[in-house]
Every structure is written in C-alpha cells, then in structure tokens.
Write a new protein. Structure first.
Length: 314
C-alpha cells in the first residue's frame, strides 16, 4: 500500500490541483493556451530538477541552482552578443555549468565539506559573478533560433504539438531516467545515497561518483539556463531568484527522499508540474504574490513532512 501511495500520490496530487483550479476558473485555467503556457513555465524548473534528482538521490543538496541558471543566461547572452554561433555558445555555457558542478563536487567529496554549506556559498558567489559579468544590467543579444525554444506555437507550428524546449526537457528526462535506473553509475548513485559506508565496502568510488553527479546536475542546470534565456530573450543576472526552492520541492514532491537513496525522474516531472499548476492557478484566481509565496511555502513543508513520514514507516 505504501509503495503504491508513493508512486501514485504525486500523480493524484497533480490531478487534484488541476481539477480544483479548472472548477474555480474554467474559462481562464482550463484552456489549451493556458496548458501550453504551463508547459513552457515548467520546462526550466523540470530540466534543473532532473539534475537535482541525481544530487538528492546521492544524498546531497544544491542551493546554488537558481544562481547557476542566472549565470547561464548571462554567459549565453554575452557569447551571442560577442558574435558566437548559437550552437557554440550553448556548448560553452553547458561546459561552464559542468565545470561549476565539478568544483562543487570536489569541495564536497574532496574536502568533505557539507553540501549545504558549499552550495550556499556558491549561491552567493555565482549570483555575484553573474551580476559582475553583466555589469549589473541585462545583457541583450541578437535574436537567433534559440529564442524559438520556448516560444508559444503559432498556427504554422501546431504540428510540433509542444514547443521545442519542452521536447528537449522530455528527451533529457528520458536520458536521466535511463542513466539512473539502468546503468552501473545509476546504481552507484543510489548506493551512495542509501549508505556511503556500505557503498565503500562494495567497491563504489564514492568521491568520483559525487563529483560526476554534481557535474551532470550543473550541466543540466545550465541547459535550464539556456531555456530561461529563450523564455526571457535576454541574459538576466537577477532571474531565478528563489527558483532553487521550487526545484528542490519538485524533486521531493515527486517522491525523492532528502536522506538520499530514493527518487525518480517521473516523480520529479510530476512534482514540477504541480508547482507550476499551483502558481498558475493562483494567478488565475488573482491572488496577490504574498499569498502565492505562502502557498509555495506550505507545499514545501508538506513535501518534507511526507518525506519524513515515509522514512518513519521504513
């Protein structure tokens, strides 16, 4: 019964909030256009949450993802403004994200520093770096095909079903799911998160696994930054403030344990959709921002409480 509740609970929660807002605001909420908007809004959080899933399953945490997204938008916009091709700028941005993850992983695994402290420090440092690179203003870059990644579909693009950025998120989700469930590396990630001493006894290279986890997670966060740039069409060093809470909440709502050793990509995607639906529904109800922030806070506390209850039953 507990296993079924864990697997179907997030999906039931998503269905519940969708039905609630559809009943309260059918003309504004329950429309194809609004559904497309919610998918666009979910893509950024969901892509970053894929990496956060690996981090949390391994027993870690990353509070710097919001700052990483902001830095990625600034880096990408700056490279485009300097004349780089879109493909080269994206590759450089993602490579920079992976390097940032290697640094975080090295501090956590090599120096045995707590992930909370390391990523909290990186949160401030990377946000400051983004502001410095941008000259404390927005970076405007020439329009490219990247701007179409999260652009609402017009009549001539309906054959795509959803915008390209959403398809990219779905493809990445499939890749991370395969990585986590069907590879040796994925088994090592789960083993490290479940019990690091036991993983060591079984021959798992714990330090290398943690570094690689943070590198992959930060690379995915940089991709989320590329999508955020596409959504904003500028490099903004102040963007994604507080988004790290939405990203972590999406993973935990999806069934991952903050203690490590458990989590799924499908659950994470459902959790990200729940966060977006709640925010969108509150907007359609014309609730003020402070109410939306309270609702988000309640959801986060409820998700952590459910995680604690699940662990208490084991």
């Amino acid at each position: 019964m507990t296993i079924w509740l864990e697997k179907l609970g997030p999906l039931a929660g998503l269905a519940g909030v969708v039905l609630l807002f559809a009943a309260l605001r059918p003309a504004e909420f329950a429309t194809a256009g609004n559904a497309e908007i919610m998918l666009l809004q979910t893509a950024v959080v969901a892509t970053a949450a894929l990496g956060m899933t690996l981090v949390i399953v391994s027993g870690g945490i990353d509070l710097s993802v919001g700052a990483q997204i902001a830095l990625a938008t600034v880096t990408l916009a700056s490279l485009l403004a300097a004349g780089w091709s879109p493909a080269a700028a994206v590759l450089a941005t993602v490579a920079g994200g992976a390097a940032c993850g290697c640094l975080i992983g090295s501090l956590v695994a090599g120096l045995k520093l707590p992930p909370f402290i390391v990523t909290l420090g990186m949160w401030g440092g990377l946000r400051g770096l983004a502001k410095g690179l941008a000259g404390e203003t927005m970076v405007v870059a020439p329009a490219t095909w990247l701007n179409d990644l999260l652009m609402a579909l017009g009549p001539d693009r309906r054959w795509q079903l959803v915008p390209p950025g959403v398809w990219l998120t779905i493809l990445l989700a499939g890749g991370v799911a395969v990585l986590l469930q069907f590879t040796r590396f994925g088994r090592h990630v789960v083993a490290v998160g479940s019990s690091e001493p036991t993983a060591r006894l079984c021959g798992v290279a714990v330090e290398q696994t943690r570094i690689l986890v943070y590198a992959i997670a930060s690379a995915l966060t940089a991709v989320a930054g590329v999508l955020q740039y596409a959504y904003l069409t500028v490099g903004d060093p102040t963007t994604a403030l507080g988004m790290e809470l939405d990203i972590i909440a999406a993973v935990v709502i999806g069934g991952a344990s903050l203690a490590g050793g458990r989590g799924s990509v499908a659950g994470t995607l459902v959790g990200a959709l729940i966060m977006t639906v709640v925010a969108n529904g509150c907007t359609k109800l014309e609730l003020p921002n402070w109410v939306q922030e309270i609702v988000t806070g309640v959801i986060i506390v409820a998700a952590v409480t459910l995680d604690r209850l699940r662990r208490g039953e084991e």
